[in-house]
Ligand binder design. Structure first.
Ligand code: IPM
Ligand code: MG
Length: 366
């Protein structure tokens, strides 16, 4: 088959890591008889530099027309980059939010998985790690605080800022369905995370999740308050299978979950709507401090490409091959600097490689 892939290389380390993912996709194509055609789409700081805005209408059309979109990362250093002196709606991140909304990407799937080979990088104590953990966060991505009305105004002579958190029952239902669907393919457990002891939006969330749960008698589910969830993630991460939550809580918890694996450079993500298309990107940011040095870890982007093969193109065998190649490269002792052990005495068992070399090694093993 021929697949038309929109590519948002973006800013910082984005272009480097995307190149490696393309390398691996091309190898898959060669081996399994597919062709991947890439069309570059401008978004983020590079789009601001070229067009004055972080995402043009043309870019949105390109993304809509693609079979799926693969993304690196966007944004720069928020204290030093001139992009952050622009008004908020013109900054790099506004492009990403606009793209999510324009493509109706309401479901964001972020796996957090402890690689056996990377146990040493996990910041948790051995007795907490136990047999390891393997969870996914299903984050609502087009509602809540991110997209509610916001304003800053003067009230009684004081600057006052307001952000609004709104969810309709339909918005909650469709993400809950996605959460329970994915649980059916996994260990059949959903932890729905909210702040129902304080927020109305969370009380509605709970009610709708309970309704949806009735259609999934095989899935066990529980509600958990978000502050407790933040604690449980470092106390007993193995208890989680699918964490289902709203936009802002999911933003925060997914960073925490990925840090707990010790390897944010390894974690992929998929943003999906009700069509086959989707946006696939690493969970980490654009790391402008290490851009252009060929030291970034391309694995999260390569694994995002694997998710694209699996979820948008139904190429399970090919996705398995990419994931197996990543595992093999780790088993063979290759590490980018972020996942090298920190202790000098442990380093000798591994070979430190750069971004390009890591891409080559994974492509070779496909
Ligand atoms: C993420 C990022 C984005 C978000 C930023 C870049 C707007 O942190 O994808 O988690 O908050 O959703
Ligand atoms: Mg985030």
């Amino acid at each position: 088959m021929n697949y038309h892939v929109g590519v948002i290389s973006g800013d910082g380390i984005g272009p480097e890591i995307v190149n490696e993912a393309k390398k691996v996709l091309d190898k898959i194509g060669e081996k399994y008889g597919h062709t991947f055609e890439y069309e570059e789409i401008l978004m983020g700081g590079c789009s601001i530099d070229a067009t004055g805005v972080p995402l043009t209408d043309h870019a949105i059309e390109q993304a809509k027309a693609a079979d799926a979109v693969l993304m690196g990362s966007i944004g720069g250093n928020t204290s030093t980059s001139p992009w952050y002196r622009l008004e908020p709606s013109l900054r790099p991140e506004a492009g990403l939010l606009k793209l999510r909304k324009s493509l109706n990407l309401f479901a964001n799937l972020r796996p957090a998985y402890l690689y056996e080979e990377l146990k040493a990088a996990c910041p948790l104590r051995d007795e907490i790690i136990g047999e390891g953990f393997d969870m996914v966060i299903m984050r609502e991505l087009t509602g809540g605080l991110y997209f509610g009305e916001r304003k800053t105004e003067e009230v009684n002579g004081k600057l006052t800022a307001t952000d609004t958190l709104t969810y309709s029952e339909d918005e909650i239902r469709r993400i809950a369905v996605k959460g329970f669907d994915i649980a059916m393919k996994r260990r059949k457990k959903v932890t729905s995370v909210d702040k129902a002891n304080v927020l109305d939006s969370s009380r509605l969330w709970r009610k709708v999740v309970e309704e949806v749960a009735k259609d999934y008698p095989e899935v066990s589910y529980e509600h958990m308050l978000v502050d407790n969830c933040a604690m449980q993630l470092v106390n007993n991460p193995a208890q989680f299978d699918v964490i289902l939550t709203e936009n802002m809580f999911g933003d925060i918890l997914s960073d925490e979950a990925s840090m707990v694996t010790g390897s944010i450079g390894m974690l992929s993500s998929a943003s999906m709507n009700d069509t086959k298309s989707g946006l696939y990107e690493p969970s980490h940011g654009s790391a402008p401090d290490i851009a252009g040095q060929d030291i970034a870890n391309p694995i999260a982007t390569i694994l995002s490409a694997a998710m694209m093969l699996r979820y948008s193109f139904d190429l399970d065998k090919e996705a398995d091959a990419v994931e197996a190649a990543v595992k093999q490269v780790l088993k063979d002792g290759y590490r980018t600097v972020d996942i090298m052990p920190k202790e000098t005495e442990k380093k000798s068992a591994f070979t430190q490689v750069g971004c390009k070399k890591m891409g080559d090694l994974i492509a070779e093993r496909v």
